[in-house]
Design a protein around this ligand. Sequence first.
Ligand code: IDC
Length: 465
Amino acid sequence: MRRNAVKRLLALLATCATALGLTALTAPQATAATGCKVDYTVASQWQGGFQAGVKVTNLGDPVTGWKLTFTLPDAGQKVVQGWNATWSQSGSAVTAVGVDWNRTLATGATADLGLTGSFTGANPAPTAFALNGVPCTGSVDGTTPPDPGEPGDGTPVEVNGQLHVCGVNLCNQYNRPIQLRGMSTHGIQWFSQCYDNASVDALAEDWKSDLLRVAMYVQEDGYETDPAGFTSRVNSLVDMAEARGMYSIIDFHTLTPGDPNHNLGRAKTFFASVAARNAGKKNVIYEIANEPNGVSWSGIKNYAEQVIPVIRAADPDAVVIVGTRGWSSLGVSDGSSESEIVNNPVNATNIMYAFHFYAASHKDNYRAAVSRAASQLPLFVSEFGTVSATGDGAVDRASTTAWLDLLDRLKIGYANWTYSDAPEGSAAFRPGTCGGGDYSSSGVLTESGALLKSRISTPDSFPTS
Ligand code: IDC
């Protein structure tokens, strides 16, 4: 519709509304608020090259279909490769256009872009950032932006306190269902450099994560090689999460062999120790077997009924997550279903059942199982990936989004594999990030990391009464 036609129609509607006494409808139409902020960070620089993050924050009204433009001040600066947008360069002018999955930016939303570039002389920061032609001055319509201040109402643990299972939900201290959203470590035997103060700060403050899952492999150079050392590493990660108000899942990461009974003795020793040590804390959830495989449900149930009492003896009120058959697929990957659990549940209270998925491998039939099971069993997605079950390959955005929308709707908590810089598609950080001190700029995020950060960092709005 042409502009004049719109004006005429609005005038007509206003007249009708006044005639009907609907004055609210005739309130003057404000023009769209505009404004943006760009954080540009050089994540690393080497002879003639660099990698940078470009974090765009929309401060104005929501935009759909955006274009970021900026100037590279030195004639020798060139964009070599960019990600999370479609990039082009003409002379010193660079353009990045939003792609399908980030083309809509709500008010306050961010797009994490990154690029690698080359330079010949100096490598000065770009200038004249503009979003859809509006200069990114960090203000809205030229006004001073409000001070974002402290994240309002306290940390996830302050707000929710000691958790418990109520019905099929995870509930907080007000007995109200909540969803925890967070990240899983990679194997702490391999990626300890990824879990330092700076990275856990970034998880709590930038990602606004509710949760850190601590994946302690038992085999593959894990716990069995140094029980005391791994127990103490897990405890220190629990403390680091607690200091930042995040929950932590202590994951006894059994994988191969798949029968958790193989590790029954180790599990009893380990959980007796961590449960006694952490009993006074409100932020601990115990996950007793990551992904049982090649084992029947009754075998898993037998294991759970021996390990849970050990935990309860030391820490009576903590929530415990029990792995399920077929790599924690509720049995679906073994051709079974959730009904084997519904018909023969673990004989314990205050427990949840694990469901894991990898978005590129596990789709509609798995989502259907979760939708069915969610009304009968307390579920927690203690691990999932945006990629294939190998942990590598391309991010399946459509399937990941379908999954996360479903989990949000059902208020099912989740932890994403992985908060690490492993050289595989599931990792949130680009290889080489860990230990470097910068976990915050957008240039260090992979596609999976940018997607998860955008999902996890939205406000929680936990119920408080
Ligand atoms: C993968 C890691 C990979 C490692 C492999 C073997 O991403 O680097 O070499 O384990 O230890 C799971 C498991 C989880 C897997 C992940 C991806 O819980 O340990 O991590 N996955 O394959 N279940 C389904 C997928």
